[in-house]
Design a protein around this ligand. Structure first.
Ligand code: SF4
Length: 710
């Protein structure tokens, strides 16, 4: 048996794993005791990774390129040359006729940094459009926009190590116990070691995370800003703000002060559905604890005002000086294993490499010079929702989807299916050939996946970890980066830019790509010029920044109180409570919330292959309060039709004590087959935040009716 060290491919905790393999097959997996994210621990998903790579799962893999001659035809197996020549011809023809903005790439936070880098360079450098977005738009873009707006840069200032140092942990909009289980183990251990540490959980549901809290604020969905403004109101009233910190290191406090004057605990309590005493208690814990850390995720991000949800929480850290010290700061948890790496290389439609700003001509010129192209476009490309709308309208003609399943994961799912149907040419680059999106592929490109590929990922705490191949690629699957490089050269030839493409994409290994990415960070806030694959090999994962000459990365940012804004000061964002994209009505009287189960991951293309993971919850159930069930004469297991303004799904119902009356919850993992129609996301609206373009996947107004046949 041989062992290979790698990183778990599921959540943003980024646990180190040791893959056990024999004769080209993965036989086991265990936690890497030396990895700083998990010190040997793994959750149920990580501990069963080897089962998702068992020989019997090969049937679910895409193993050969497949091409169809026309819509309605079955795809036929073809060789790689035919596949990539066809892809390049179709893209080149569309670009020639309609311009570069008529094509797009839609990727994923599961891609490795090296994959992301070459996709970004292909689209923004060679093709000349910013139409490159990823499923990180659904997950982290409000955290990106929130950090930039408040602190001046997209840089989480904290580390997992801060959990052990904090005296008050606020977990808000995150069921960490399920979604980031190993981070939650660290919370449990910290509380055991320091029984005086307070845990406050802010979540509409009484999740497993909330169950463990000293104080649970079960606010109404989408009322976070009102709560944080009221907490600041209390802090001001009681004299708990840190005036010294505010004066020395921030700007804009007076404008915010004027706004929060109106947010008395009683007034905000009526918006949030909370007792004013609970708001006062939360404010006291936050402001008066020696070190306060907040950890947050989709419950803040996935709203049409997700950016300001983030900013309103960061306001509290700035007002109390709870930032830049051990155990203190706003710490966004990334949902995906490499959402951070994607952000680092500029892998979204509005970002440029190494945290450069697309609107800044000097930054665009720097990227163009690095890539050896005349320029990069200044206009942001289409974000996830915009991209699929443009595909439906015909504005975008061709899309290349890599490592993600938008036909299942995007909101307003019916629109996404219509868009994929309407597209002139759809490429799907996937390891798993059974996803809803694969059904629309005119060209299916088989890709390698966890255990088979090399590169790096960055987790929530800015730590870069190596991902390593343990076994060979199955069938004819190729590495994502290698497919992009091969395609880029073929496309370049058809665009009359063969020499340029050969110069831009000379790579023979992921390390060569990473070295170029590293150079692009020189002098930037995320400078990693002091790192190398060799150092990651010997010293293990390292946090950025890690500039040339440094002996270690930075555990914590902003310890000196200097922020990467023009004036060096962090910015208070004066923001007000606003309502969700749709409110409950007589016709759609219930708030619907969506979220994760402990043992499933995203659209289950991998975890769905592991029978053991189904023991926790084997099918999607609508979780409802007993009063709402009684009103509809429902019992556990009854089939119900859940309907929103966009469509409906059939589900079994389950009484749940975790919800308040008037609210229901559905796990987001299941697609078409389990719901009798489209998947869960057909219910959710595609309204998005104006800053981050992140859609409101956390809330819809729905009606629930008992299903009666006929
Ligand atoms: Fe993998 Fe996340 Fe579980 Fe760690 S906590 S083993 S990264 S799924």
């Amino acid at each position: 048996m041989t062992e290979t060290k790698s990183t778990c491919c599921y959540c943003g905790v980024g646990c180190g794993v040791i893959i056990e393999h024999e004769a080209g097959h993965i036989t086991g997996v265990r936690g890497d005791p030396q990895h700083p994210a998990n010190f040997g621990r793994l959750c149920t998903k990580g501990a069963t990774l080897h089962l998702s790579a068992a020989p019997e799962t090969l049937a679910a893999r895409a193993l050969h390129p497949e091409l169809r001659s026309g819509r309605g035809e079955a795809r036929q197996r073809v060789g790689w040359d035919t596949a990539l020549d066809t892809a390049a011809e179709r893209f080149a023809a569309i670009i020639a006729e309609h311009g570069p903005d008529a094509v797009a790439v839609y990727g994923a936070g599961q891609l490795l940094t090296e994959d992301y880098y070459v996709f970004n360079k292909l689209v923004k450098g060679l093709i000349g459009t910013n139409n490159l977005d990823t499923n990180s738009r659904l997950c982290m873009s409000s955290a990106v926009a929130g950090y930039k707006l408040s602190l001046g840069a997209d840089a989480p200032p904290c580390s997992y190590a801060d959990i052990a140092h904090t005296s008050a942990l606020f977990i808000t909009g995150s069921n960490t116990a399920f979604a980031h289980p190993i981070a939650f183990r660290r919370v449990e251990e910290a509380r055991k070691a320091r029984p005086d540490m307070k845990l406050v959980v802010i979540d509409p549901r009484r999740t497993d995370t909330a169950e463990a809290a000293d104080l649970h604020l079960a606010l109404l969905p989408g009322t976070d800003i009102a709560l944080y403004n009221a907490m600041l109101h209390v802090m001001l009233w009681e004299g708990w703000v840190d005036r010294g910190y505010i004066e020395a290191h921030t700007e804009g406090f007076d404008a915010l002060k004027k706004i929060v004057r109106e947010y008395t605990p009683a007034m905000a309590g009526s918006i949030c559905g909370l007792d004013r005493k609970a708001i006062e208690e939360a404010a006291q814990i936050f402001a008066t604890s020696p070190a306060t850390l907040s950890m947050y995720c989709q419950g803040l991000n996935q709203y049409s005002f997700g950016t300001h949800n983030n900013s309103a929480l960061i306001n509290l850290h700035l007002a109390t000086g709870q930032i830049g010290r051990p155990g203190a700061g706003p710490f966004s948890l990334t949902g995906q294993p490499n959402a951070m790496g994607g952000r680092e290389v500029g892998g979204l439609a509005n970002l440029l490499s190494a945290h450069r700003d697309m609107a800044n001509p000097a930054h665009r010129a720097e990227v163009a010079a690095l890539w050896g192209v005349p320029d990069v476009p200044a206009t942001p490309g289409k974000s996830a929702v915009e991209l699929f709308r443009a595909l439906k309208s015909g504005e975008v003609k061709a899309v290349w989807i890599a490592c993600t399943n938008p036909a299942q994961s995007l909101p307003d799912q019916a629109l996404v299916h219509e868009a994929l149907q309407a597209a002139e040419f759809v490429i799907v680059q996937e390891a798993f050939g059974h996803t809803e999106t694969c059904a629309y592929a005119d060209l299916l490109l088989p890709a390698t996946t966890w255990g088979e590929k090399d590169g790096t990922v960055t987790n929530s705490e800015r730590a870069i970890s190596r991902v390593r191949a343990a076994v060979p690629a199955p069938g004819e699957a190729r590495h994502d980066w290698a497919i992009v490089v091969d395609f880029a050269r073929r496309l370049g030839a058809r665009l009359g830019e063969a020499e340029l493409a050969a110069r831009m994409f000379p790579y023979a290994s992921p390390e060569e790509i990473w070295n170029e990415h590293r150079e692009s960070t020189r002098g930037r806030d995320l400078d990693i010029t002091g790192l190398s694959y060799a150092l990651l090999e010997t010293a293990g994962p390292q946090q950025w920044p890690f500039p040339e000459g440094a002996s270690a990365g930075k555990v914590r940012l902003y310890e000196d109180g200097v922020f990467p804004t023009p004036g060096g000061r962090a910015r208070f964002v004066a923001t007000e409570h606003r309502i969700t994209a749709e409110s409950p009505s007589a016709r759609f009287p219930l708030h619907l919330n969506s979220g994760r189960l402990r043992d499933q991951w995203h659209g289950m293309s991998r975890t769905g292959l592991v029978a053991r993971l189904y023991s926790h919850e084997s099918e999607p159930m609508l979780h409802m309060h007993k009063d709402d069930m009684a009103r509809r004469q429902l019992a556990d297991g009854d089939l119900v039709k859940v309907k929103s303004r966009r469509g409906d799904v059939m589900l079994k119902v389950l009484e749940s004590a975790t919800l308040r009356a008037g609210q229901c919850f559905v796990p987001m993992h299941w697609g078409a087959n389990a719901t009798g129609g489209l998947g869960i996301n057909v219910l959710l609206p595609a309204d998005f935040d104006p800053y981050s373009k992140q859609p409101e996947l956390k809330h819809a107004a729905v009606q629930v009716e008992k299903y009666t046949d006929g």
